[in-house]
Design a protein around this ligand. Structure first.
Ligand code: TRP
Ligand code: SF4
Length: 608
């Protein structure tokens, strides 16, 4: 299949770049605004090897613990391009595979079962909360830059699914972002916003129990965004998004507003929150997770002695502590000095001059000595710290670090800790608390003392749909997508003229089978038309690859289903109009405007 890839949107907002590339082989170079071309490699597993994903831009990633160091490239939320390799999202970006968490999800949605939702960040607490009927929230946002289409339906469905399972549900219109980053006028924004909301309601969002808002109208959100701004600095915007001195300030305001969106469901009370989005939004999610942590009063870590350890040093000390029987004179009180000596004897390779301080540069701790791999530099620094502590005993404990706590909160925490505790200037050690209890306690004291106590927000990522004409699905190419507002007849026609994964002749098709994995029509079945009916999705797939199904009739069936879906959806849109009028969201903006400048044009990222 020959694919036309439209690369668009700068990530700095200072100029618009539209390029057309033709991909002839599976390896795709993505050119980013900054001029770096990143080879994002070839095929992964299933369905699409031809998928919209954001351009990759070089960036220093924001660390959020787990993902730290995994990435020197970042997904670009304002870019748009084609990617063939979802695997990279796991290895380079530290996105987790959804399969891992799927067994923990009660009655998973068909998009989860079929691998359309392929990845997540920290979804486990959300799954757990759904299972236990604990407080949990779902939120996503939509830039009203065009008609809502079948890509957006994935996100609508994800929000609604969580809402129906008891989550507090939020859907927002990112009108500030659309205005700032895409240069849309307020009246265009108003029209599109209305269309997004009607489709969301028509698909089943309950506005009574859920909340709808527009960024521009939400004062609480904007105040909170301002607050978050004090925890973010420009170098991060450079690192994460490639912003530079030419970048429009409104871009930064859009980002910080989105950070506020993501944490908004927790303003009342901290709770696990899932943000369903396309993977292009992952930089935003990581940044939000980072900011959530920075807003906390306390940081809870494990510790073994009074001094501070880095994460890798702590891992090493934990392992050495487990070996205490082999070196401690009194096993109940292994001394730091004893642990240091043991480390020197066991993990340090002496060199010829006899000094046991020097060690072989390339030797890591062999996994069979301690079961972990630690760089030499870490061994060295750990030994130093242990030696300095001398006779101090190694004793596991949890540590509450004072990050942003007020004096009262710090005092309140000391009082609240049960059992043996020790107080230091900047931290408190507790000896009789589990790490989980300590985390809960820290949050409780924080919220009782005027803090937010945020839980790190989670995300789930869905695959982008392939355009009906091959290539990417794009709002600017009507034939490539099906708008939820398309005339049912038009929807029918678009499916009928879609590219397929079929062979040149019916004969060959019967002999070799079709390529369902590369077929936009098959995607339509799996992502939408088969709905909850796995049997239909499987049937289409099996019949296709075995050669029992020919494209003509397959498309006819799909086209009819699409037509029926659009008819029904548009009928429902009419029915929910009154719901929308009653909903607490304003549909008209009364704002002045100047002609947009310095914004990227409205070719966009789909499905986000
Ligand atoms: N930036 C998103 C987009 O490009 C829209 C958005 C704004 C959003 N705020 C959000 C998405 C919060 C998820 C959560 O479409
Ligand atoms: Fe696609 Fe259907 Fe043709 Fe298979 S038979 S390639 S699923 S259109």
């Amino acid at each position: 299949m020959t694919r036309d890839t439209e690369d668009d949107i700068t990530n700095t907002g200072s100029e618009t770049e539209t390029e057309t590339k033709t991909e002839t082989d599976a390896d795709i170079d993505i050119e980013t605004k900054s001029g770096y071309a990143i080879d994002i490699g070839t095929d992964v597993d299933t369905h699409n090897d031809d998928i919209d994903v954001a351009a990759l831009s070089t960036a220093t990633a924001v660390s959020d613990g787990g993902a730290a160091g995994a990435d020197d490239v970042a997904l670009d939320p304002w870019g748009s391009s084609t990617v063939s390799d979802y695997q990279k999202l796991f290895t380079e970006f530290g996105i987790e595979t959804f399969d891992d968490v799927l067994p923990a999800v009660p009655n998973p949605h068909y998009l989860m079962r079929r691998g359309v939702i392929f990845g997540h960040r920290g979804y486990d607490p959300v799954a757990e909360a759904l299972q236990n009927n604990d407080p949990v929230a779902v939120l996503s946002g939509f830039m009203p830059t065009g008609d809502p289409h079948i890509g957006h339906k994935l996100v609508f469905d994800e929000i609604i699914w969580h809402q129906q399972r008891g989550a507090d549900a939020y859907a927002l219109i990112a009108d500030l972002e659309a205005h700032a980053a895409r240069g849309l006028s307020w009246s265009e924004i108003d029209d599109h916003a209305r269309d997004y909301l009607l489709s969301l309601l028509a698909l089943g969002f309950d506005p009574e129990s859920g909340e709808l808002y527009r960024q521009s109208e939400n004062r609480e959100l904007q105040d909170f965004a301002f607050e978050l701004g004090s925890k973010a600095n420009f170098s991060e915007f450079e690192g994460i998004y490639g912003f530079d001195s030419e970048t429009n300030v409104a871009y930064m305001q859009s980002v910080i507003t989105q950070m506020a969106d993501i944490l908004y469901p927790q303003l009342e009370e901290p709770k696990p929150t899932v943000i369903p989005v396309g993977p292009d939004q992952d930089p935003h999610v990581r940044f939000a997770r980072d900011l959530a942590a920075r807003m906390r009063f306390f940081k809870v870590t494990k510790a073994y002695a009074s001094f501070e350890l880095t994460e890798s040093e702590r891992e090493l000390v934990a392992a050495v502590y487990d070996e205490r029987e082999t070196y401690a004179e009194d096993v109940s009180r292994p001394r730091c000095a004893e642990a240091a000596t043991w480390l020197v004897d066991n993990l340090v390779t002496p060199v010829d001059n006899g000094s046991d301080d020097a060690r072989n540069e390339d030797t890591d701790v062999s996994p069979d000595t301690l079961g972990i791999i630690v760089p030499d530099a870490v061994i060295e620094s750990t030994i130093k710290k242990l030696e300095n502590a001398g006779m101090e005993p190694l004793r596991p404990r949890v540590r509450f670090l004072d990050a942003n706590a007020t004096d009262e909160a710090f005092e309140a925490l000391i009082t609240a800790i049960d059992g043996e505790k020790r107080r230091y200037d900047e931290h408190i050690d507790a000896f009789d608390l589990s790490a989980a209890d300590a985390t809960d306690l820290a949050r409780e004291v924080e919220t009782n003392n005027g803090g937010y106590g945020f839980v790190a927000p989670s995300s789930i990522y869905h695959r982008f749909m392939t355009g009906l004409t091959g290539g990417k699905m794009s709002s600017s190419v009507p034939a490539s997508h099906i708008s939820l507002l398309d005339d049912p007849e038009t929807g029918y026609e678009k499916v009928k003229s879609a590219t397929t994964g079929g062979r040149e002749t019916a004969e060959k098709q019967r002999e070799l089978g079709g390529k369902a994995d590369e077929c936009p029509v098959y995607e339509l079945y799996a992502y939408l038309l088969a709905n909850d009916d796995d049997t239909l999705a499987t049937q289409v797939y099996d019949e296709c690859v075995s050669g029992d199904r020919l494209c003509g009739s397959c498309k006819e069936q799909a086209a009819k289903l699409m037509q029926a879906f659009l008819e029904e959806h548009q009928e429902k849109r009419k029915e929910v109009e009154s719901l929308l009028e009653d909903a607490d969201i304003s549909l008209i903006s009364d704002r002045r405007t100047v002609a947009p400048s310095d914004t990227a044009d409205s070719t966009d990222n789909e499905n986000t």
